[in-house]
Each structure stands twice: as C-alpha cells, then as structure tokens.
Design a protein around this ligand. Sequence first.
Ligand code: SF4
Length: 355
Amino acid sequence: MNSPCSGETFSGPLLSWYALNRRNLPWRKNPTPYRIFIAEVMLQQTQASRVVPYFARWMKRFRNFSMVASASLDELLLLWEGLGYYTRLHSLAHACVEIVENHGGGFPRGYREALALPGVGPYTAGAVLSMAYNLPHPAVDANAKRVLARYCDLEVPVDKGNDALYRERSLFFMPAGKAGSFNQALMELGALCCLPGSPCCRDCPVQKGCLALSRGTLAHRPVRLSRAKVRHIQVIVGIILWNGHVFLRRRSQGGLWPGMWEFPNWEWNGENEAGSIRRLFMREYGLEPEFQFSLSAFSCSFAGIRAKMFPLVCTLSSLSACSGENVRWTGRSELFDLPLPSAHRRIAGIIPFSK
Ligand code: SF4
C-alpha cells in the first residue's frame, strides 16, 4: 500500500465532509433494512434524482417485504415502469418471497445468506448490511470506485472483474464501527465532488492524500476497458386496431422488459412495410392485418442498441382466432393501466383509436 493512502488521512476528513454535505435523500430517513434494500435495487444503474419519485410511490404502496411478496407481477411492473432494467424487479420480487419464507420477513444479517437472495450481489449485500446493521462490509459502486482509483492512483481498470480489489481498498479505509456512514460517504464523494469528467478537487476533503492529483495522472484515472459499440437497428411495430381495441403481447420472462406488455415488433430491413407487417403477423399469430398508415417514427436506446421505431397502424377485415395467456385485445383506458416499456407507452399515447 502506498504511504499517502492511509486510513486516517482518508476516512476522517471524508466522514466530516459527508456530515455537512450529504444529500437529503428519502431512503436516508428511517433507514430500515427494507427501505435500504428497495432503494439499493432501484439505484442500480440509475441516478438518485430519478429514483426519488419511484421510491416514494413504492413505499406508499408496499410497506414491507411481505406486501411485495404477495403483489401481482403487473402491479409491480406498473410501479417500476420507466425505471428500466426490469430483470432487477423480478429478482427483487423473488428475493422478497424468500425473505418472507426463509428469513421470517426480515433481511438476513449474514453476508452469505444475503448473497444467496435472487439478484443480490456483493454490492447490494454490502450496502444493506452496512447501512441497515452497520456491519463492516464494503459497498463499492461506480462512484466509489472512481474515488478509490484516483485517490490511490490505481491502474487496475474499474471493470466488474476487478471489483474484489476495489472492495479490499474500501475495507482498508473503513473505520471501525462506522461502516454504514463510511460506505455512503465514499459513494457520495464520487456523486458530488469526484465527478466523472472533471473532479472538483479544490472542494475535496481528501485532496491532500490524493495520489492521482499529486502525480498528475487524473486524466487517466479511472482506467476503463473499451466499451462495446452501439448497434443501430430499425424496428417495425404493428398496431392492430379491432373494434376499439388494440392487440398486445406479453414479453417473455427472460431478456429485456420481462413480463411487460408491448405492441408486436420485429427488427426490420426497411422493405415494403405493408407486406412485412402482414407476413410477420401471419407467421406468429395467424392474423392478416391491413396496413392503413404510419405514425411518426422515433428513436430510442436500450441495452447497447439505438433503435428507430416505425409504428404502423393496421386494421383487420375479420378476426381469426388468436388467444392465449401472452396476447390480449385491450381497450384504450385499460391500455394505460398495463406495464409497458417506455417506447410502447409513447406509442400508446398517439394511437388513433377513433379512426
Ligand atoms: S482530490 Fe480530486 S481526484 Fe482526488 S479524490 Fe478528491 S476530487 Fe477525486
């Protein structure tokens, strides 16, 4: 360990800074294991400001693990809609069931037991155990890793494969009996001061010991592996109207937006929209839609993909049999009560039901 990276020069000033500068976030009030767990799952890959209204709605509806465990999938999805990364919601729901069935309705105190819950990795386990029970486990998110990489001038890339090393560094700095505050302070410093582009070193409580600052390597810390390229695609979206209703399908439980409803859609090469949509509906649902007109195309991004969406309004001359658990005909008012991916909610808002 390099000498400037000592626990004293780091954790003392960091905790004092945190006491004065921490944001007034709702999950920091009344920090029960349940509230912290829900907040930590919501915060995965999502900014705190975005999570705040979702957290408030969720807490109003579900006050404990048991209420989540007994809720329907559609109700959970509807409260989560727009927050993205829906797999974490499914894992959260399963974790709540396990907590109720195997842990008496309380988040377990053991690290191994916490890690065994669906969707709970080292970060979430460390965050809940340290913040709810003050147990000495590190919780190192992207903000904390950036601070550690700069403060210790680490050449080790901040990629998942190196998480264990960053957790060790954090544990080295963690003062006894202050795990919860320390973990939050470290992440808060990354969120408010040691920013990704240009860090505010002048305001930083640990600038005296910061190796990247003193060595002039800031521009190269943290080290990242190169990102995957964004894939550009076109997507054809079929909106079949029949007697004031529109046709929807439910997405599978695996992959993106698991269990949500959507208008059937397919990756498209741009050829003959009317013929393409008819052929695809025939093949998958035995329906023969007549293309009527296009709605405005728009672009959206998800999971490393940039998609241009082409919504096509179609009608049916006759309704052939097409039913099942994963398809439905839905009226206008009911449509807005269903969990839809954001691109499909956008389309739902412009469907001309009355035409
Ligand atoms: S001195 Fe600057 S680079 Fe170093 S930890 Fe503080 S904000 Fe980050």
